[in-house]
Ligand binder design. Structure first.
Ligand code: NAP
Length: 275
């Protein structure tokens, strides 16, 4: 399916880096399509605005917060992973129907080195901090990779609901056992938004007794080094931020719309790091 007009929708969407990523590939490949845009879509007028965009010729829309569940609900057909997560981040629109997919989980998986999967995730204890939208994709991905996943969230009940919804045979980690579980985990990923705002400090975990082999991942990519990653780095642990996941999920959407497999080049990474 050739897709002429593409965009990311959100509310607000102004800070999205997706246009830089998609337009980099459109330019690199010399595609004869319009530039990828960003469009604010009011959740209260969601269906009406999607129909307007469809009428204006938009064939591919990425969906960001807080619209992913709405995008799921208006899709005529959804992929297996979207059904599992009840969330859609990639809409493909044509005159007959709307297809919904979710590339966040595969984007997270593709962002990981083979070695990290083998040494730190498969058959290993993994810990997810947070139980919001992104945690759903990450928990699903870690489970698919054979990790034993537990999660901690400020609001414990949300962690329980997430595990139930995804049929993960696990239990939430309570505040009283968090440090002990973290100290025996091989992979710890922060999916909370804590640390994204300037001056905000993520002090959910104490790093002093985390094992040296433990891999620390933060979905936050702006700032490039969150306070969570700074604490881990100060201890000499291996760390990764969310930039590669952001690009990998975009690459999967790009492939759905344009049927072209694109890669994560150093040039693109540095372009985004300089923003
Ligand atoms: P979300 O659905 O709003 O969930 C936010 C989560 O953060 C909830 O678990 C919430 O806990 C927790 N939280 C918020 N403030 C907190 C605080 N002060 N103390 C402790 N926990 C707190 O957000 P999301 O969509 O999952 O996104 C989360 C982060 O991931 C954002 O920074 C986003 O930019 C990033 N992200 C990155 C990528 C990527 O490709 N790299 C993709 C998606 C998201 P409660 O449930 O208790 O409120």
């Amino acid at each position: 399916m050739a897709t002429d007009r593409t965009a990311v929708i959100g509310f607000p969407v102004d800070h999205s880096l997706s246009p830089i990523i998609h337009n980099h590939w459109i330019k690199e490949l010399g595609l004869d399509t319009k530039p990828y845009e960003k469009i604010n879509v009011d959740p209260n007028k969601f269906e009406e605005q999607i129909n307007n965009l469809k009428a204006e010729g938009y064939g591919g829309l990425n969906v960001t917060v807080p619209l992913k569940e709405l995008a799921f609900s208006i899709s005529d057909e959804t992929s297996g992973v979207s059904k599992k997560l009840k969330s859609v981040n990639t809409l493909s629109l044509n005159s007959e129907k709307i297809n919904g997919d979710n590339t966040d989980a595969v984007g997270f998986i593709n962002s990981l080195d083979e070695k990290t999967i083998e040494n730190n995730i498969a058959n290993k204890k993994t810990l997810v901090l947070g139980a919001g939208g992104s945690a759903r994709s990450v928990v699903h991905a870690l489970n698919e990779l054979g990790g034993h996943v537990r999660l901690f969230n400020r609001t414990l009940e949300k962690a329980r609901i997430l595990l139930d919804d995804l049929s993960i045979n696990s239990s939430p980690v309570g505040a009283e056992e968090l440090d002990d579980y973290a100290n025996s985990s091989s992979f710890i990923v922060n999916t909370t938004s804590l640390g994204q705002k300037a001056g905000e400090h993520n002090n959910i975990l104490r790093f002093e007794n985390i094992e040296m082999e433990t891999f620390i991942y933060d979905l936050i990519y702006n700032p490039k080094r969150s306070s969570f990653l700074e604490q881990a780095e100060a201890k000499g642990l291996k760390v990764q931020n969310g930039l590669r996941m952001l690009i990998e999920q975009a690459a999967c959407s790009f492939q759905i719309w344009h049927e072209i497999k694109v890669g994560v080049s150093e040039e693109l990474m540095s372009l985004l790091e300089s923003v």
